[in-house]
Write a protein that binds this ligand. Structure first.
Ligand code: ARG
Ligand code: ZN
Length: 877
């Protein structure tokens, strides 16, 4: 059943107070709720409307209205709701439901992960706990009591502050928590388990002391320091940059092993996938450290952007997610290298969100309709949503943006609001009109921005002719022009920025400016130029568009070497590599030999020699565009050609630059004590990028060096990089030895074993599918653990182009079988796994047929979940 934004109506009733008591047992749980309900007086209604509560997979044991037990017949229950007729405008409802958390494999609602009870209620999981008005605009004060066996579950947690605790007979105990802030049910959380606590404290700007706690299973005690440090930095940063202070006296994080997503911002009690909390240099890579920092910050920032001000309905999801991703990205940029962070995010967006926006599931940042909301926790809502907020930040300026967010938080504190309310606050605080800008929220698809330059030597004027368009997406054939902030500069023949003065402006604009492209076609003319400039466009990726400008390869070489803007230097390097690789795909298809463009080699050579550049930047620039990105850019992707071209180019680069790479690698490959500092991470990044190149056609010395790094590394980043290099090498013996040794050493560490699975699943050498199938039988693999599914099956289907897209369709068949199995166990994970098959239009007709056949096979399945049904049916439409 499709739900539409246009059908939104306020609820008929509010719930002022919610009192919950959970009795947890091994084979069931009882949930007693007492709700103080009140008619919504703002909604004109003649008679008292029936009360319809959401509820799924519940066994209803009792119902009482104002302390009067109701008999069957006084209320109606179906698979999705409980309805009854209130007799007054204000009343109390008491319910008892029975659920079976131990059998909850969907990991939504109350479930068991290992030995602990935990919850995941966003978006609509609370209705699997008890009957409720499970919608974000119903905000209520919660008091929660948890009762469980004391020996097995010594720690009992819920939202807010602990207010009472005690013992019951038969070894059971209880704790009561009270959350003073009204919240929607999706922010409810409960944890019961045998957990250890890592504790610290934070003094807020106004001098309040906050008790900070991270709860983990005992064996993970030593892996929490980085998350705790990240939390304290996030709290300080939100005070300094947004003026947001924490509001409860206690803030808790709990790590669980079985979790559908990254983490969840439940009020005062964040629940995390252990992969986003635990980090120790022995077990986690530098990338994992950065991810922990970012996710801890993200969930913490939700306390304001999401919890204090929440969403009116799920169509507004990007109100909290887009804004919070923007906030965590800026936090990470402030804590680490700003340019590198931006490069990582843009790389991810272009390879993945652009593909989503060009496929059958394309939807606006604020969708108009959905069947299953879980399917809309997407790259578009999150990542493109963050780009939309970033553009608003650009258009308001940092100060104006802060004025706008201050107004937003002040105006809407304690409310459930819309994306329009957010934009309105920015408009009102700045006296701006964003009505056209708001098309970014309602129109799907990635806009094209085609720019041409025109130089008039006689007048010293240079014009940028801008043309924008946006391809049709499902349900949207025509698009109106967007507001595209185009950050740019003009460079002279030395690479210096030239002063910018637009003919249409009275004042000059300095050396860099943001042009607002608002029309389908628009011309910007600069004057007073002494020579023909080369434009540096879309600096910092100032808008999520596909930019084209008729640069020659020599222009790109020039920009890659001279653009004063670090991001655009990287971009020029990428664009040059893309251009070269696309050229080579054509050459391969024409049956001619593949030769690397000398200019790319020379750019790389100069990068390797440039010791003034941040090594992390050099590493980013030496990284060829991914196969996934080349697929996204292609009209019809030639799987074999893309893989062959990328591998050949890597080899050409490795051979042509062997001595330069070796020299730089030797400088970096010195034994040093482990450090988590940014500079040390940057050195590891470049060193290991070079190791990857140097292991191509490596001799015995290099192989020995790689094995040595694998064995002797004092951190997981180096160890894993060596493992990746070995697994992708032809040295069968060394490879098998390393894999065996790694599994032996780390078998007790599930997150490290995830890496072990992924390294093998993404290896592009022949036989990938057979290896993945064999790994499914490995004792460390478990289809019920989402991290394992992502590490093995997800990594194979998304990051192993030639393996997954095997010409005989066996990769597709394998994935469809896993989707069918998971459909019964965990529909959200099944649905997410379907993504690679939805991209079938990108491939040749034989592969299209094979992919569609698997989609149709899934579609015909009896008992198909709404999650999988929505994605598959839209892909076949
Ligand atoms: N609000 C969470 C976050 O982005 C995501 C949780 C969504 N979970 C889900 N199963 N849909 O931080
Ligand atoms: Zn979020």
């Amino acid at each position: 059943k499709t739900i539409y934004l246009k059908d939104y109506q306020q609820p008929d009733y509010w719930i002022d107070e919610t009192h919950l008591t959970f009795e947890l047992f091994e084979d069931h749980a009882l949930v007693h709720s007492r709700l103080a309900l009140r008619l919504n007086a703002d909604k004109p209604q003649k008679t008292l409307p029936p009360l319809v509560l959401d509820g799924q997979q519940l066994q209803l044991l009792s119902v009482a209205l104002d302390d009067q037990s109701l008999a069957e017949g006084d209320y109606q229950v179906d698979t999705h709701s409980l309805s009854l007729q209130p007799t007054g405008a204000q009343f109390e409802l008491a319910l008892t439901t029975r659920i079976e958390p131990q059998n909850n494999t969907a990991l939504e609602g109350l479930y068991k992960s290992g030995g602990m009870f935990c919850t995941q209620c966003e978006a609509e999981g609370f209705r699997k706990i008890t009957y409720y008005l499970d919608r974000p605009d119903v905000m209520s004060r919660f008091t929660t009591t948890v009762i469980a066996d004391k020996g097995d579950y010594p720690v009992l947690l819920s939202n807010g502050n602990p207010i009472a605790a005690g013992e019951h007979e038969a070894g059971r105990h209880w704790a009561t928590w009270e959350d003073p802030f009204p919240k929607p049910a999706y922010l409810f959380a409960l944890v019961a388990g045998d957990l250890v606590l890592i504790q610290d404290s934070f003094t807020t700007v106004s001098g309040r002391e906050i008790d900070l706690r991270i709860y983990v299973e005992p064996e993970n005690r030593e892996q929490c320091g980085h998350a705790m440090d990240s939390l304290k930095r996030s709290m300080r940063w939100d005070e300094q940059v947004y003026g947001r202070e924490y509001d409860l006296d206690i803030f808790m994080i709990v790590a669980v092993n079985d979790f559908n997503m990254g983490a969840m911002e439940n009020k005062g009690l964040n629940i995390f996938n252990s992969s986003c909390v635990l980090a120790h240099p022995d077990t986690a890579t530098d990338l994992a450290f950065q991810r922990v920092e970012a996710v801890v910050a993200h969930e913490y920032f939700h306390n304001w952007s999401g919890n204090r001000v929440t969403c009116r309905d799920w169509f507004q999801l990007s109100l909290k997610e887009g804004f919070t991703v923007f906030r965590d990205a800026e936090f990470s940029a402030d804590m680490n290298s700003r340019t590198v962070k931006r490069i990582e995010d843009v790389t991810f967006l272009r390879a993945n969100q652009f593909a989503e926006d060009a496929g059958p599931m394309a939807h606006p940042v604020r969708p108009d309709s959905f069947i299953e909301i879980s399917n809309f926790y997407t790259l578009t809502v999150y990542e493109k949503g963050a780009e939309v907020v970033r553009m608003l930040h650009t258009l308001c300026g940092a100060e104006g943006f802060r004025k706008g967010t201050d107004l937003y938080f002040e105006r809407h504190d304690g409310q459930a609001v819309t994306c329009d309310d957010f934009v309105k606050a920015l408009e009102d605080a700045n006296g701006l009109d964003f009505s056209q800008f708001k098309r970014w929220y309602s129109q799907a698809g990635t806009p094209r921005l085609e720019v041409h330059g025109h130089w008039d030597a006689a007048t010293g004027q240079f014009s940028l002719l801008c043309k924008q368009s946006c391809p049709p997406t499902p349900g949207q054939s025509e698009k109106l022009p967007f507001v595209i902030p185009l950050r740019m500069a003009l460079l002279d023949s030395e690479g210096q920025e030239m002063p910018l003065k637009l003919v249409s402006d009275s004042a000059a604009r300095g050396n860099e400016t943001v042009l607002a492209v608002t029309e389908a076609e628009q011309v910007f003319t600069f004057e007073g130029l002494t020579e023909e400039p080369l434009p540096s466009l879309l600096r910092g990726f100032s808008a999520p568009v596909k930019l084209s400008y008729p640069y020659s390869r020599d222009d790109r070489v020039f920009l890659a070497k001279h653009d004063p803007d670090g991001f655009n230097r990287w971009e020029a390097c990428q664009a040059l590599a893309v251009d070269v690789m696309q050229g080579l795909v054509g050459i391969h298809q024409a049956g001619r030999p593949l030769l690397a463009d000398q200019r790319l080699i020379e750019v790389y050579r100069s990068l390797l020699a440039d010791e003034t550049l941040d090594p992390a930047m050099v590493a980013e620039m030496l990284r060829l565009p991914s196969e996934a990105y080349l697929v996204e850019l292609a009209e019809v992707a030639d799987v074999e050609a893309i893989h062959l071209v990328r591998e050949t180019l890597r080899r050409e680069l490795a051979l042509a630059l062997r001595s330069e790479m070796l020299m730089r690698w030797r400088q970096l490959n010195i034994a040093e004590p482990y450090s988590a500092e940014a500079a040390a991470m940057a050195r590891r990044s470049l060193k290991n990028t070079l190791l990857g190149y140097l292991m191509i056609e490596a001799g015995d010395d290099m192989l020995a060096a790689c094995v040595r790094q694998f064995v002797e590394a004092n951190n997981m980043t180096d160890r894993q990089a060596a493992l990746v290099a070995l697994v992708n090498s032809p040295f069968e013996e060394a490879k098998q030895a390393a894999l065996a040794q790694f599994a032996e050493r780390w078998q007790g560490y599930p997150l490290v074993m995830d890496q072990w699975f992924s390294v093998q699943a993404t290896c592009g050498l022949p036989g990938a599918l057979e290896r993945v199938e064999a790994l499914m039988q490995h004792p460390a693999f478990n289809l019920r653990n989402p991290n394992k599914v992502r590490a093995l099956i997800g990594a194979f289907a998304n990051q192993n182009l030639v393996g997954f897209h095997r010409a005989d369709g066996a990769g597709y068949r394998f994935l469809a079988e896993r989707i069918i199995e998971l459909n019964a166990l965990n529909p959200q994970i099944a649905s997410r796994l379907t993504t690679p098959l939805t991209r079938w239009r990108k491939f040749d007709s034989a592969r299209q047929g094979l992919m569609r056949a698997e989609l149709e096979r899934i579609m015909a399945l009896e008992g198909l979940s709404p999650d999988v049904y929505e994605v598959v049916s839209k892909s076949l439409a």
